[in-house]
Write a protein that binds this ligand. Structure first.
Ligand code: GH3
Ligand code: MG
Ligand code: MG
Length: 352
C-alpha cells in the first residue's frame, strides 16, 4: 500500500491544480518556467511575485507572454546572481522537458508486458532525482502516482487505452451523425432552413473578407397546390423529393442546396457572379421543366412540374444575408408575375 499523502503534500497538490487551472483559463503555454510562476502565485509564498502579477492581471490590455514570465522568474524565483547563469537556468528548465519524460514512462508502461514493472520502477526513480523544482516535483508526483495506481490495479493499461479509444471514436461518429441529421431536411435530404441560415452567414462573411463572388438562387415550384389537390399529399411529397434531387444533382460540389420552406428551395453558389448564377438557374429550370415525372408505385406519368427562380448577387461593399435573400425573393416574385417557369435577376433599383 502506498502511504496516504501528507497534509503538506495535499496543500501543494491543490496549489498545483489551481495553477494549472489559471494557466488553462488564460491560454498560457504550460512550460516549466510559466508553471513555476503560477505555482508560486497560487501558493502565495513569494509576496512580491504575487503583488506584481496581481498588478499585471489588473491591467486588462497587458498580455502575459512567455517573456513576461521569464522576467518574473528571473526577478522573483531564479536565485543565480549572474545574468548569464540566470538565462542558462531558464533555458535548461524549459528544455529539460520534464513532461515529455513522464510521457516516455507512460509509453513504456503501455508497450511492454514482461519486463515493464522493473523498467518502470527504474524510470520513475531516475526521473524523481532529475526534478528538483518543488513545484514540478508535485506535478510529476501526481502523474507518477496515477500511473502506479493503474499498474497496481492489475489492469492492462493498453487494454484500457484501447477501450477508451474505441469509446471516443464511437462518440465522434454519433456526434457527426447527430450534427448531420439536425442540418438535413428529412423529406428531400437537402440541407434544412437552419443549416441554410448558418451557411449564408458563413459564405457572405467569406465573400466580404476575400472579395469573392457569391450568388443566391431562390426557387419555388409553380402551382404546387394544384398538384397536391390533384394527386394528394403523398405524391406531392414524392415530387418535392424529385425536385430537391434534381437541384442537388444539377450543381457542383461546393454549391449549397437547401429546402427553404414548403415548396421553396435556396441555392448558394460561391465563386459565382450574376451571369454564372443566371446560367445555373436557367440550366436547373430547363432540366426540371423537361423531365416527365413518373409515379413510383404505378409507373404512370404525372406530367411535368416547373419552377420559378430569382437570382441575386451578394454585394461585398454594403450588403447582408437578409438583404441578399430579400433581393432574390423579389426577383422570384417577378418570375411568378411574369408567367412562371422562368428565371429573373435582381432588380438594381430595388431598395438596398
Ligand atoms: P405558385 O406558383 O404561386 O407558387 O403557386 P403554389 O400553388 O405553388 O403556391 P402556394 O403558396 O399557393 O401553395 C404552396 C403549396 O405547397 C401549398 C402546400 O400544400 C404545398 N406544400 C408545402 N409544403 C409541402 C410538403 O412538405 N409536402 C407537400 N405535399 N406539399 C407541400
Ligand atoms: Mg409555389
Ligand atoms: Mg411558395
Amino acid at each position: 500500500m502506498k502511504p496516504a499523502p501528507t497534509k503538506n503534500e495535499n496543500v501543494a497538490l491543490n496549489h498545483a491544480r489551481h495553477a494549472l487551472l489559471l494557466m488553462t483559463e488564460r491560454g498560457i503555454e504550460p512550460t516549466p518556467v510559466n508553471y513555476a510562476i503560477w505555482y508560486h502565485y497560487t501558493s502565495g509564498d513569494k509576496k512580491e511575485l504575487k503583488r506584481e502579477m496581481d498588478e499585471l492581471l489588473g491591467q486588462k490590455a497587458v498580455r502575459i507572454t512567455n517573456d513576461v514570465h521569464v522576467y518574473l522568474y528571473n526577478k522573483h524565483i531564479n536565485t543565480r546572481p549572474d545574468k548569464e547563469e540566470q538565462a542558462a537556468e531558464v533555458t535548461a528548465l524549459n528544455t529539460q522537458s520534464v513532461l515529455s519524460e513522464i510521457m516516455k514512462v507512460m509509453e513504456k508502461f503501455t508497450g511492454e508486458t514482461a519486463t515493464y514493472n522493473q523498467q518502470i520502477d527504474q524510470q520513475i526513480s531516475g526521473l524523481s532525482e532529475k526534478i528538483t523544482d518543488p513545484a514540478l516535483k508535485v506535478m510529476a508526483k501526481e502523474i507518477i502516482d496515477r500511473t502506479m495506481a493503474i499498474r497496481n490495479s492489475g489492469m492492462e493499461l493498453s487494454q484500457r487505452l484501447e477501450e477508451s479509444k474505441r469509446e471516443v471514436t464511437e462518440l465522434k461518429t454519433n456526434l457527426n451523425k447527430v450534427t448531420t441529421e439536425s442540418n438535413r431536411d428529412f423529406l428531400t435530404g437537402t440541407a434544412n432552413r437552419k443549416a441554410f441560415e448558418a451557411k449564408i452567414d458563413e459564405l457572405t462573411a467569406w465573400a466580404k473578407e476575400r472579395q469573392k463572388d457569391l450568388c443566391l438562387l431562390m426557387i419555388d415550384i409553380d402551382h404546387f397546390k394544384q398538384f397536391n389537390d390533384k394527386y394528394g399529399h403523398l405524391i406531392g411529397d414524392e415530387i418535392l423529393r424529385k425536385v430537391g434531387h434534381a437541384l442537388f444533382e444539377g450543381v457542383k460540389g461546393k454549391d449549397f442546396v437547401a429546402r427553404y420552406g414548403g415548396e421553396e428551395f435556396a441555392i448558394l453558389l460561391p465563386d459565382t457572379g450574376l451571369a454564372g448564377g443566371l446560367a445555373v438557374a436557367e440550366h436547373l429550370r430547363r432540366n426540371i421543366a423537361e423531365t416527365d415525372l413518373v409515379r413510383k408505385d404505378t409507373g404512370t406519368s404525372l406530367g411535368v412540374v416547373t419552377v420559378s427562380v430569382g437570382v441575386a448577387r451578394y454585394r461585398t461593399d454594403a450588403d447582408s444575408s437578409v438583404l441578399l435573400i430579400s433581393r432574390a425573393d423579389n426577383a422570384l416574385y417577378r418570375s411568378k408575375m411574369g408567367g412562371r417557369n422562368r428565371v429573373t435577376q435582381e432588380s438594381f433599383d430595388a431598395p438596398q
